[in-house]
Design a protein around this ligand. Structure first.
Ligand SMILES: Nc1ncnc2c1ncn2[C@@H]1O[C@H](COP(=O)(O)OP(=O)(O)OP(=O)(O)O)[C@@H](O)[C@H]1O
Ligand SMILES: [Mg+2]
Length: 247
C-alpha cells in the first residue's frame, strides 16, 4: 500500500529525517517509534507531502512523490495530524460529515453509525461544538472524521498523547477493530501500546532508523526501545539490538 524509499527531510540545517525506508502492506499496521524530535512527525508530513522530502513514495501502486496533499487524501491517504484538529464551530456530527465529503465515492467501511458504534462516548455529544470538547473527545472525533473519508491508509500521529489511560484504551480498541480493513501507519512514543496494535515497527533516533522488526521482535527489546525513547541509553543493549534489524 505504501512504499517509502530513502526518505529525507531537512529544515534549514536541521536534518530531521535521513535515508529512511519502510513499507506498509495493505491490511498491515506499522508503528513509528522514537523520542521527541526523532523525526516521526516529519516522516508523516513528508509522506503526505506537507513538507518537501527527498526519496520516493509509492502509494497504492502510484508514484506520488510529486503529488499535492489534497490530491493524496482524495486518493485515500488520510493523515490525522499531531494535536487534535477538529472544526471548532462545527458540531461533532458535522465534523464527522466533513470526512464523508472527503471520501468521495470510494468504498467506505465506516459510515456515521459505525463511527458512533466505534466511539460510543461520542453519541451523547453529537450536537456539541468542536470547541467545547475535551482533548480525548476531540481525538475520537479526529479519528472518526478520518475514517469517514474512506482511507486506504490512515496515518495517525500520537493518538494517545495527553489522554487518560482509559481513553487511550478506547482509542486503541477502536484502532484494533479497524486495522483489518485498512493499512495503518502509527506514530507513538508509547512503545508498548503501539506494539500491541501493530504488526511491525521502526524506531527512529535523530532522524535515522535505529532498529526495526516485527512487533514480537521489538517487544522482546522493550528495554532497548525505552533507551531510544529517551529513558537512558545502554550501549550493550544497543549493540544487541542490531541483530534484530530486519534488513
Ligand atoms: N517546521 C520546522 N522547522 C524547523 N525544524 C523543525 C520543524 N519541524 C520539526 N523540526 C525539527 O526536526 C526534528 C524532527 O522533528 P519532528 O517533529 O519530526 O519529531 P517527532 O519525532 O515528531 O517529535 P515529537 O515526539 O516531539 O513530536 C526536530 O529536531 C525538530 O526540532
Ligand atoms: Mg511529532
Amino acid at each position: 500500500m505504501l512504499e517509502v524509499t530513502g526518505l529525507g527531510v531537512s529544515y534549514g540545517s536541521t536534518r530531521a529525517v535521513d535515508d529512511f525506508s519502510f513499507t506498509v502492506g495493505s491490511g498491515e499496521a506499522v508503528a513509528l517509534l522514537g523520542a521527541n524530535g526523532a523525526g516521526k512527525t516529519s516522516t508523516l508530513r513528508a509522506v503526505s507531502r506537507l513538507v518537501r522530502g527527498e526519496g520516493r513514495i509509492v502509494f497504492d501502486g502510484d508514484d506520488v512523490t510529486g503529488t499535492r496533499p489534497e490530491e493524496l487524501s482524495r486518493m485515500g491517504l488520510v493523515h490525522v495530524p499531531e494535536g487534535r484538529r477538529v472544526f471548532a464551530t462545527l458540531t461533532v456530527n458535522d465534523n464527522l460529515l466533513v470526512g464523508q465529503t472527503a471520501g468521495g465515492r470510494r468504498k467506505r467501511f465506516f459510515g456515521l453509525d459505525a463511527i458512533y458504534d466505534l466511539f460510543p462516548a461520542l453519541v451523547p455529544l453529537r450536537k456539541r461544538y468542536g470547541w467545547s470538547l475535551s482533548g480525548g473527545e476531540q481525538q475520537m472525533v479526529a479519528i472518526g472524521r478520518a475514517l469517514m473519508a474512506a482511507p486506504k491508509l490512515i496515518m495517525l500521529d500520537e493518538p494517545s498523547l495527553g489522554l487518560a489511560p482509559i481513553v487511550v484504551k478506547a482509542v486503541y480498541q477502536a484502532l484494533s477493530q479497524i486495522k483489518s480493513e485498512l493499512a495503518v501507519l502509527l506514530v507513538e512514543q508509547n512503545a508498548a501500546v503501539a506494539l500491541s496494535l501493530c504488526d511491525k515497527g521502526h524506531v527512529l533516533l535523530s532522524g535515522r532508523e535505529a532498529l526495526s522488526g516485527t512487533a514480537a521482535q521489538l517487544g522482546d527489546r522493550e528495554a532497548l526501545i525505552d533507551s531510544y525513547l529517551g529513558h537512558g541509553v545502554d550501549s550493550e543493549d544497543a549493540q544487541d539490538g542490531e541483530a534484530i534489524r530486519s534488513h
